[in-house]
Design a protein around this ligand. Structure first.
Ligand SMILES: Cc1cc2nc3c(=O)[nH]c(=O)nc-3n(C[C@H](O)[C@H](O)[C@H](O)COP(=O)(O)OP(=O)(O)OC[C@H]3O[C@@H](n4cnc5c(N)ncnc54)[C@H](O)[C@@H]3O)c2cc1C
Ligand code: FES
Length: 263
């Protein structure tokens, strides 16, 4: 069930260059949120629309949720200027969640940018609820300073590999090239990808070529976040156009019709 709630900012932690983890006290959402779900968050300042943010944790006992943001534009700049103790309006939890394939013992998590957030929540969920699951993490970034969430992922993953476009840390190249190289010598039973659309599209191709189950968390500009404005569509095979916020954001990658834009 979604709630319109007031979240109190309790902590901001810098994870890497312009990537921050924000913790909010918000009992209603913390009690119910699942990995893969998101919130719509008031950013104040000049922004009228709330911004969707994928949850990176939800602690029902402490009543605290968190998400990772990257300072990109108006909304995130304004969010970044808000102080500890300030209250912001939040709607959530929204959307569907990642699912664990029954027979998947080894799962690859492929993250780009703030896509790391929902994958951290999934990994911590798996550690608690499915401890036999082996997680292998893949994190991509432009350069070493922008690698986000490696330390946090190492808390639950058996191995974590990083790729940077300029080779300043880990593998030189795209995280999807690193995934291809890994799969030439090792196996995975399932993949979950969250990050830029091109990264998820390529991950979907890699999975399809190897017959691996793959989930992706799609992103589109969102105005409402719960199916009221029809502003966030994606074409899904056999279903026509679906609203990402209501039917997703998590989809089976093999069902997504990948395009430059759906609008
Ligand atoms: C389901 C979902 C989960 C998300 N989770 C997170 C998260 O955990 N952390 C996070 O930082 N961001 C997340 N986003 C993106 C976020 O909602 C904002 O769009 C983004 O932070 C930029 O907002 P802004 O107001 O700072 O930038 P704006 O001033 O709105 O835009 C700055 C630039 O970024 C582009 N842009 C804005 N939104 C998107 C988008 N969704 N996709 C591609 N380009 C875009 C604009 O076209 C513009 O060029 C998520 C989006 C979705 C749909
Ligand atoms: S954001 Fe309004 S329908 Fe998806």
């Amino acid at each position: 069930m979604k709630h319109l709630a007031q979240g109190i900012i309790t902590r901001r932690t810098e994870l890497s260059e312009s990537y921050f983890l924000l913790e909010l006290e918000c009992q209603e959402i913390a009690r119910e949120a699942l990995p893969g779900q998101f919130i719509m968050l008031e950013c104040k300042g000049e922004t009228f629309l709330k911004r969707p943010m994928g949850l990176s944790s939800a602690d029902p006992e402490k009543g605290v949720i968190s998400f990772i943001y990257h300072v990109t534009g108006k909304g995130t700049r304004s969010l970044h200027s808000q102080l500890i103790g300030e209250t912001i309006e939040v709607i959530g939890p929204l959307g569907n969640s990642f699912w664990k394939e029954k027979n998947a013992r080894t799962i690859g998590l492929v993250a780009g940018g703030t896509g790391i957030g929902p994958l951290l929540m999934f990994g911590n969920w798996a550690l608690k609820n499915s401890p036999e699951t082996e997680i292998i993490g893949f994190i991509g970034a432009k350069n070493a300073k922008m690698i986000c969430g490696e330390k946090e992922m190492k808390r639950f993953a058996k191995e974590v590999y990083c790729a940077t476009n300029d080779g300043s840390f880990g593998y030189k190249g795209f995280v999807t090239d690193l995934l291809t190289e890994f799969l030439s010598k090792n196996s995975l039973e399932s993949i979950i990808a969250c990050g830029p659309t091109q990264m998820m599209k390529k991950t979907a191709e890699i999975a399809s070529e190897r017959n691996l189950q793959c989930q992706v968390s799609l992103e589109e500009h969102m105005a409402c976040g719960f199916g009221a404005c029809i502003g966030c569509i994606a074409e899904i095979k056999g279903q026509g156009y679906s609203m990402i916020c209501a039917k997703g954001p998590v989809f089976d990658a093999s069902e997504v019709v990948w395009k430059e834009s759906n609008l």
